[in-house]
Design a protein around this ligand. Structure first.
Ligand SMILES: Cc1cc2nc3c(=O)[nH]c(=O)nc-3n(C[C@H](O)[C@H](O)[C@H](O)COP(=O)(O)OP(=O)(O)OC[C@H]3O[C@@H](n4cnc5c(N)ncnc54)[C@H](O)[C@@H]3O)c2cc1C
Ligand SMILES: NC(=O)c1ccc[n+]([C@@H]2O[C@H](COP(=O)([O-])OP(=O)(O)OC[C@H]3O[C@@H](n4cnc5c(N)ncnc54)[C@H](OP(=O)(O)O)[C@@H]3O)[C@@H](O)[C@H]2O)c1
Length: 245
């Protein structure tokens, strides 16, 4: 048998955590790099976003039950609610990752800057990875047999622009920047989009806002159940679904 093959894993959110675990099961040597100073990727709630990292909103709960959301080898306690709040997802994950010893294979506060073919790629198929230590600012290069990219896909907002938008006096937000409903008290709010982020933020803001309009292209509301599952909007909150606008 040849030497143990080294695998570079970029990111230690759920994707990265799973890859480290599977590499170890396969007898590979994982070496994971993570920008943040902790695990869980976007489930690590942040008051202030970090460039290149997604984040849940403070109101976020998982959209599937704990039985369906967990991994096959993790049994979640009966004492936990069926739909976990993000802080419970984070806490449970940290506990299990530490118990499995997966965090030993991660260098936190290290950003992968580039992944290129190694000079001997044609013969070996290896990759040259450049990494920056965000504390010391030191940049190093290393060679790996394989690279797994687990950087997520919710780190950069897609913010549509509408004609005359600059005339609008209110705030235009994106769910990536939406943390809590503080500051929306008594306001008229428009939520653009009908995905889970849109509905979660509409429900959250409905507790304090005067009116909410949901503007949606296709007229599909994914998560209407949230209106009943979470706290109901206050009685005097108007909710207007504006389809096909
Ligand atoms: C608000 C919200 C709620 C969601 N709820 C659910 C749900 O209930 N159920 C479900 O199944 N899915 C849900 N999702 C989908 C979500 O994408 C997955 O749950 C999952 O967390 C994604 O994990 P990931 O590892 O792919 O990405 P992320 O969690 O985004 O992790 C990527 C990691 O890579 C790191 N990184 C990025 N670039 C670099 C780099 N250059 N070098 C080193 N590290 C880097 C980041 O810091 C981050 O830690 C939700 C998504 C959002 C946005
Ligand atoms: N509680 C939870 O568990 C929770 C909460 C938030 C997010 N999530 C997850 O996170 C992921 C991302 O969800 P998301 O809701 O942020 O994104 P999404 O599912 O991609 O939804 C984006 C919404 O924006 C609309 N949209 C896009 N471009 C537009 C434009 N130019 N003008 C008007 N509307 C536009 C889309 O409309 P069309 O579909 O018609 O194009 C869609 O309704 C999903 O996996 C979701 O399940 C989960």
């Amino acid at each position: 048998m040849g030497p143990t093959r080294r695998v570079c894993i970029v990111g230690f959110g759920y994707g990265g955590i799973g890859c480290v675990r599977e590499c170890l099961k396969e007898g590979l040597k994982p070496c994971c790099f993570e920008i943040q100073d902790g695990m869980c990727g976007l489930w690590r709630y942040k008051e202030n976003n970090i460039e290149g990292c997604g984040s849940v909103m403070n109101c976020t709960r998982v959209l599937a039950s704990k039985e369906f959301s967990t991994c096959s080898d993790i049994l979640l306690s009966d004492n936990l609610p069926i739909y976990l709040h993000h802080s419970q997802v984070y806490k449970e994950t940290v506990q299990h990752v530490e118990k499995m010893g997966l965090n030993k294979y991660v260098k936190f506060q290290h950003r992968v800057e580039s992944v290129r073919k190694a000079d001997d790629y044609q013969e070996t198929g290896r990759w040259k990875v450049t990494v920056k230590d965000l504390q010391s600012e030191k940049v190093t290069e290393d060679i790996f047999d394989a690279v797994m990219i687990c950087t997520g896909h919710h780190a950069y907002p897609n913010e549509p622009k509408f004609p005359d938008q600059e005339k609008f006096q209110g705030r235009v937000i994106h769910s990536l920047g939406y943390k809590t409903n503080a500051g929306y008290e008594g306001k008229r709010v428009v939520v653009v989009g009908g995905g889970n982020s849109a509905i979660d933020s509409a429900v959250d803001v409905s507790h304090v806002a005067k009116t909410i309009s949901i503007s949606n292209i296709l007229g599909v509301i994914c998560k209407f159940a949230n209106f009943t599952r979470n706290k109901r909007p206050t009685e005097d909150t108007e909710i207007d679904f504006g389809f096909r606008r």
